[in-house]
Design a protein around this ligand. Structure first.
Ligand code: F6R
Length: 253
């Protein structure tokens, strides 16, 4: 099945965050083993601020990262683990052992990647996976060309992604060239997907991902293969979507 997603268009990133936080809390409340899959980057920041300002049951909550750089020192503040710890785990009062990441120390192997996938299963699976979308259509660090049946693995980052992720580093040349990411099939294994896109710079790729073919060339298009995918976009990111189309169902404000 394709085009099985719901699109919610909100006026600004603030309203996107409010809607996203509500959906996340609802998804976690329905689970006896609540596991939230988290993305890093700029887009989810207002959602994390909103989540940490709300009151909900985190007593069993586990967080799982989509991806992590390989080769950063364990105490690097630029790692995705550090970001999730700062933005979400600590404000929610979660201990470090409830934050899980794909293998990133030394040289992850197919075996350690498979162990991570087994660990996800042991946690009970991901209830809701939050996703951003890269300018080239990546989700997690699944760059264009990633197979739709890909699983957790080591990837080489594209020059564009390195450039886009340079902010926490002194310069783009300090951004690691390799990362370990959940694969597209791993992401599709979550019980629910929530893709967030805000800003005009995401409009073109959002249109391609939602209205073009489902293809490894645009990894985010794969969310349309999932039976429960929600896309929340602000008006700027959604402005190229003709929301009256059969392909796109919008619930604006
Ligand atoms: C990071 C990740 C990436 C980002 C994407 C968008 O964990 O999964 O796929 O979601 O690069 O980044 P921003 O939100 O900074 O535009």
């Amino acid at each position: 099945m394709t085009n099985g997603y719901e699109l919610l268009v909100e006026p600004t990133p603030t309203e996107c965050a409010e809607t996203a936080a509500g959906l996340i809390i609802e998804a976690l409340a329905g689970s006896s083993t609540p596991v939230l899959g988290v993305a890093t980057g700029l887009t989810p920041l207002p959602t994390y601020a909103e989540l940490t300002a709300r009151s909900f049951d985190v007593s069993h909550l586990q967080l799982v990262l989509l991806d992590e750089y390989i080769g950063l020192p364990a105490d690097s503040e630029a790692s995705f683990r550090a970001a999730v710890r700062r933005l979400l785990a600590e404000p929610l009062g979660l201990p470090p052992e409830r934050v899980h990441a794909p293998p990133h120390e030394g040289a992850p192997t197919p075996e350690t990647c498979a162990q991570f996938e087994a660990h996800l299963g042991a946690l009970g699976g991901i209830d809701l996976q939050l996703l951003g979308i890269g300018r080239n259509g990546h989700i997690g660090f699944n760059e264009p060309g990633s197979a739709l049946d890909s699983r957790t693995r080591v990837v080489e980052l594209t020059a564009e992604t390195i450039e886009d992720n340079a902010a926490p580093f002194a310069a783009a040349r300090f951004v690691p060239r390799r990362a370990c990411t959940q694969g597209i099939a791993t992401i599709l294994g979550a019980r629910q997907l929530l893709l967030l896109a805000t800003g005009r710079h995401k409009a073109e790729i959002l249109r391609t991902a939602l209205l073009g073919p489902v293809t490894p060339d645009v990894p985010a298009s794969a969310i349309r293969l999932h039976p429960r995918a929600v896309v929340i976009a602000d008006r700027a990111a959604a402005h190229l979507l003709r929301t009256g189309d059969d392909d796109v169902r919008a619930r604006g404000r």
